[in-house]
Ligand binder design. Structure first.
Ligand code: 7RM
Length: 633
């Protein structure tokens, strides 16, 4: 299923559009199914109702583990690099990973987990995180991973939305030199979570934690219990292709994150197919994706994609800048990494440390580079190309979303001619369209519009957990018979796509998706805040920074303290990733007569471009604009 030339790409693409079902059936043949499908695809975008490989039976872990045992059993599946470079690294072969997944799957069963149960996973980037999600998949439980940077309140909201029965966590972890008290945060969350029966706690940082009798269990003790039972193997649960595999919460333009649902068959096919083709993965290559499994990039391209393809995937617990800004390059050298997949924000941050951080590092193992999460600016692209790839590694700028399950628009490494800043061309099977404000398809090249997808693909979301109507209105109701991505896009004269950024109220801060409404809700919870409006502004490293305009008449004269209080409130309600970079106190917000905040004006002010604020004649009180302009940070 690996395309091997640009000509072949063009030919396969054409074929995939003319006969999509035949195309996807051919891709699906490369996986192990207990039973093949009766029907490849059934769909309508109206409800939406999309079913891939109906009637097929499988377990994704048999594709990620069991089927490799004979040929790759002793080959490394996961290479784990700890936060602290002094600590030993770990290598898990496919055989070892298989056994550990089976063991932990039995732990889950011992604790009452069954097919269809939801399990929340809140863990550091250690192999046990991968083991935990695979163990869930093994028994047919649905995992909902929550990124370690989210607050107790965010976790509680996610646990309650999905009525999770179990939580898997660790005592604590380190990111750089910062300790994170995972179990304590979980304890705070669980005060509000009646559905949770058991909490399984991995020992990682050995920070003291409270363990509640009857509810909290140590991972290690539970493994011992399984060992004494003698039942190491755990047969994989037979899943329907359309059974849920996982839920992953993601931000949109409303205040409440949505639980994006992915299913067993289609997601597996899509993650595996895109991994092999985009990265042009060759057996034996060492692949390193620097994302966290708490985000979709980690699900699809640290865990399921690479493992389903028998790849060696590097998992890194730490951060790029600790203990030195050369950390990524040390890892590349240490494990002779061939493929490096990272984010523009990481590239820009490492660029800012200057060339000294690159001195003496050995980049010679690198063959292919990848970027994901936000538009990559040309300067970062060229630095990545020249300094890291040393001019000999193709870069794949991969555009996709939590909702798409896998990469949608991207070069195939080394095959597709690239252009800095361009995600280039759709993968075979993907039918992007640009539409104008009226929902009319814009044809031809040298055009721009809102990016939609007009035909289903196996990795697409099926619903938003517990609220199908929300899935319909968010993604399928804006434009008739199309999936709307929320992104603006241009298509150049060669038909190459360049994603220009979100056209809705979603921010992309360091590659993390954050809704402006979410941040506003959190700020508004602060006792002295009357109202707020949040917009993004260009930020050199983060891509976008968060700028909050806040009405808070009673901040007791101490603005700096009031800012810190608001930051703390946001950190408590959402997590540190959503803390505003700038807070400007204002006496009013620019509103239309109907009470709508004119964000366009605030965005301009936040960008520092107040020369032309456009039409302000519909404002209720045009004078507030002058005041806000004068006080801009
Ligand atoms: C994988 C991921 C999705 C949003 C998406 C875009 C932006 C992602 C690129 C990009 C330009 C890219 N999932 N985005 N990749 N923009 N070029 N290569 O990031 O759900 O967290 O975010 O990220 O706006 O809609 S996500």
């Amino acid at each position: 299923m690996k395309i091997s030339s640009f000509d072949e790409y063009k030919q396969v693409y054409q074929q995939s559009i003319e006969q999509p079902e035949q195309f996807w059936e051919g891709i699906a043949e490369n996986f192990y199914w207990r039973k093949k499908w009766d029907k490849v695809l059934e769909w309508n975008f109206k409800e939406p109702r999309v079913k891939w490989f109906q009637g097929a039976k499988l377990n994704i872990t048999e594709n990620c583990l069991d089927r490799h045992l004979e040929t790759l059993g002793d080959k490394p599946a996961i290479i784990w690099e700890p936060n602290d470079p002094q600590e030993n690294h770990r290598i898990l072969t496919y055989k070892q990973l298989h056994d550990k997944v089976c063991q932990f799957a039995n732990v889950l069963k011992n604790n009452g987990a069954q097919k269809g149960d939801r399990i929340c996973v809140y863990m550091p980037m250690v192999p046990e995180l991968a083991i935990a999600i695979l163990a869930c998949a093994r028994i047919g439980a649905i995992h909902s991973v929550v990124f370690g940077g989210f607050s107790a309140q965010s976790i509680a909201d996610r646990i309650n939305d999905a009525s999770c029965k179990l939580v898997i966590t660790a005592d604590g972890s380190f990111r750089g030199n910062k300790p994170i008290k995972l179990k304590e945060i979980i304890d705070d969350a669980l005060v509000q979570c009646p559905s949770v029966e058991k909490v399984i706690v991995l020992t990682r940082s050995r920070t003291p934690v409270s363990m509640i009798k009857g509810r909290d269990l140590w991972w290690e003790d539970e493994i011992k219990r399984v060992e004494t039972q003698g039942s190491v193997d755990c047969p994989a649960e037979e899943m329907d292709a359309e059974d849920m595999l996982f839920i992953l919460y993601t931000s949109g333009s409303t205040g409440k994150p949505k639980g994006v649902v992915h299913t067993c068959g289609g997601y597996m096919v899509y993650a595996g197919y895109t991994f092999t083709n985009v990265f042009q993965y060759n057996p034996g290559e060492v692949y390193f994706c620097t994302a966290d499994i708490g985000w979709i990039t980690g699900h699809s391209y640290i865990a399921y994609g690479p493992l389903s393809q028998g790849a060696t995937t590097v998992m890194f617990e730490g951060i790029p800048s600790w203990p030195t800004p050369g950390r990524f390059w040390d890892i590349v050298e240490k494990y002779k990494v061939n493929i490096l997949y990272t984010a523009p924000t990481a590239i820009r941050s490492l660029m800012s440390f200057g060339d000294e951080a690159l001195q003496g590092k050995d980049f010679s193992s690198l063959k292919k580079l990848g970027s994901v999460g936000e538009p990559i600016n040309e300067e970062a692209w060229h630095w990545f190309d020249e300094k890291i790839g040393q001019g000999r590694c193709p870069i794949v700028d991969t555009w996709w979303q939590t909702e798409t399950g896998g990469i949608m628009i991207s070069p195939l490494a080394g095959l597709t001619p690239t252009k800095p800043g361009y995600a280039t061309l759709p993968l075979p099977g993907i039918q992007p369209v640009l539409v104008d404000e009226n929902g009319k398809e814009i044809e031809g090249n040298g055009t721009s519009g809102n990016l939609c997808i007009k035909f289903p693909w196996p990795g697409m979301l099926r619903t938003t957990y517990g609220d199908h109507e929300r899935c319909r209105t968010t993604y399928f109701a804006t434009y008739h018979d199309m999936y709307f991505t929320g992104d603006g896009c241009l298509r150049d004269k060669d038909g190459y796509y360049r994603i220009t950024g979100r056209v809705d109220d979603v921010l992309n801060v360091s590659g993390h998706r954050i809704g402006t409404a979410e941040v506003e809700n959190a700020i508004n919870m602060h006792s002295s805040v009357v109202e707020s409006a949040v917009v993004g502004y260009p930020h050199d490293i983060k891509g976008q920074g968060i700028y909050a305009f806040v009405i808070s008449p009673n901040h007791h004269g101490d603005e700096e303290l009031a800012r810190k209080d608001i930051m703390m409130t946001v950190q408590r309600i959402i997590g540190a990733i959503a803390k505003p970079d700038k807070i400007q106190f204002v006496s009013g917000l620019p509103k239309t007569r109907s009470g709508k905040i004119m964000r366009r004006i605030l965005r301009k002010i936040a960008e520092g471009d107040t020369s032309n604020l456009g039409d302000t004649s519909t404002l209720l009180d045009p004078a507030v604009v002058d005041e806000i302009k004068a006080g801009a940070l």
